[in-house]
Design a binder for this molecule. Structure first.
Ligand code: ATP
Ligand code: MG
Ligand code: MG
Length: 351
C-alpha cells in the first residue's frame, strides 16, 4: 500500500490521517512536537525540525506523496522534499498563500475583487497607506498570521502607532475594511486530471478573529452561489492545483470579495464530516493520491461549532446529545483560544 506523507501534526493532520487510513493508505507525519493530535492516529511520525534536511530527506523517501496541513512550510524544507517526492498541492499554491501581499496581487490578477490594500514594508510607509486606503482599515503581517493573530484594526488615523507596534517590525499590508453582509467560504477540490468539485458554501461567524460557527446552507442567492463556486474553480485552475482549498469570501452588495485562500483542508469545511458522504479530508486524500474526486453533495443542514478553550466544560452535555457529532482533537491541555474539537449539529436538509 501507499504511504501519504503529511507535514504538520495538528488536528487537520489528524483528520487527514483518519481519512487516508479509511481509504487503505498508511500515513507518516512530519512534526517537531511529540504528543500532537495527529501522532495518535498516524502510522509513522518523523519527530524532527524543519531545518533538519537529513530527516526531511528520509521522510520523503519513506512516503509516496507529500501533503501538508499548514501553509507556512519553510522554502528550504520544500526544496529538500520536492527533490524526492511530489508535493501536493504544489509549490505555486504555497508561494502565493504564504504572503498576503503576493496573494492579493495574484487574486486581483485573476480579475477577482479583493479588499483595497497597500504594501507597508516598514513603519514609514504606514501614513501614506492610510492616506490612500482610508479608515477603518486592518494592518496585517504579510506572513504567519492565523486566527486573527498578527492583525490590528485602525479605526482612525490616531490608531496607527499602536497598530504598528503590534506588527513587531514585520512587513505588513494595510487592508481597507470591507463592510460585508456575511462571510462565506467555499471548500473546493481539484484532482490530478483537472476536475473540480466544490462543497456547498458555508456561512462563517468569527469571534475575536477565530472561527466560531459554520452553517450550511449559507444565506446566498442562486447567482451568488454560482459566483462563489466559479471563482473558486478559477483560482484552482490558475494554480494548477491538486487537493482541497478553502476560499474565504465576503458577501457585499457589490458582489463577492475574496478575503484569503488556504491551500489545505479548512476549519470551515469540518461540517462535511457529518453532512456529506465524502468529507473534505477524504476528498483531499483522493486528490493528492491521484484517485477520482468523490461527489461532495450535502445530505443534511449542518451547524458546525468549534469547541474553543472552556467550551470543553460543555463536553458531557454534547456527548449526551444524540444529534451532535462530536470530534475531539486529543489535545492534553485546555487553553484559552485553543481549538480543542468541534461539534456538527444536523437537521434534515431543507434546501
Ligand atoms: P484564518 O484563521 O482564517 O487564517 P487569519 O488570521 O488569516 O484567519 P483573516 O481571515 O485575514 O485572518 O481575518 C480574520 C477575520 O477578520 C475575517 O474572517 C473577517 O471576519 C475579519 N477581517 C479580516 N480582514 C477584513 C477586512 N479587510 N474587512 C473586514 N473584515 C475583515
Ligand atoms: Mg488566514
Ligand atoms: Mg481567514
Amino acid at each position: 500500500g501507499s504511504v501519504i506523507g503529511i507535514l504538520g501534526g495538528g488536528q487537520l493532520g489528524r483528520m487527514l490521517s483518519v481519512a487516508a487510513s479509511r481509504l487503505g493508505y498508511k500515513t507518516c507525519i512530519f512534526e517537531p512536537g511529540g504528543d500532537c493530535p495527529a501522532s495518535h492516529v498516524a502510522n509513522f511520525h518523523f519527530k524532527a525540525s524543519y531545518d533538519d534536511t537529513e530527516a526531511l530527506a528520509r521522510f520523503a523517501e519513506a512516503v509516496d506523496v507529500i501533503t501538508y496541513e499548514f501553509e507556512n512550510i519553510p522554502t528550504s524544507a520544500l526544496d529538500a522534499l520536492d527533490a524526492v517526492k511530489p508535493i501536493r498541492p504544489g509549490r505555486e499554491a504555497l508561494r502565493v498563500s504564504q504572503d498576503r501581499l503576493v496573494e492579493k496581487e495574484f487574486l486581483e490578477g485573476l480579475g477577482l475583487s479583493v479588499a483595497p490594500f497597500a504594501d507597508v514594508p516598514d513603519g514609514a510607509a504606514l501614513e501614506a497607506a492610510i492616506a490612500r486606503i482610508g479608515t477603518p482599515a486592518i494592518l496585517k503581517t504579510r506572513r504567519f498570521g492565523y486566527d486573527g493573530k498578527g492583525q490590528a484594526r485602525i479605526m482612525e488615523p490616531g490608531d496607527a502607532a499602536g497598530a504598528l507596534a503590534d506588527m513587531q517590525g514585520a512587513p505588513a499590508i494595510l487592508e481597507g475594511f470591507v463592510d460585508f453582509e456575511r462571510e462565506v467560504s467555499v471548500i473546493a477540490a481539484r484532482g490530478v486530471s483537472g476536475e473540480v468539485a466544490c462543497f456547498d458554501p458555508g456561512e462563517n461567524v468569527h469571534e475575536g478573529g477565530i472561527l466560531r460557527t459554520t452553517t450550511v446552507p449559507a444565506t446566498l442567492s442562486t447567482a451568488q452561489r454560482t459566483d462563489a463556486v466559479l471563482l473558486a474553480g478559477r483560482i484552482l485552475n490558475a494554480l494548477d492545483y491538486v487537493g482541497v482549498m478553502g476560499v474565504e469570501l465576503f458577501v457585499t452588495p457589490a458582489g463577492l470579495v475574496v478575503n484569503e485562500i488556504a491551500p489545505r483542508v479548512h476549519n470551515s469545511g469540518h461540517w462535511t464530516q457529518n453532512g456529506c458522504v465524502t468529507d473534505q479530508f477524504e476528498q483531499h486524500i483522493r486528490a493528492v493520491a491521484g484517485l477520482p474526486l468523490a461527489d461532495g453533495s450535502r445530505h443534511a443542514d449542518v451547524v458546525m461549532e468549534n469547541l474553543i478553550g472552556d467550551d470543553m466544560d460543555r463536553l458531557p452535555d454534547l456527548i449526551a446529545d444524540p444529534k451532535a457529532g462530536v470530534h475531539l482533537y486529543g489535545k492534553a491541555e485546555v487553553k484559552a483560544g485553543r481549538k480543542m474539537g468541534h461539534v456538527n449539529r444536523l437537521v434534515p436538509r431543507t434546501s
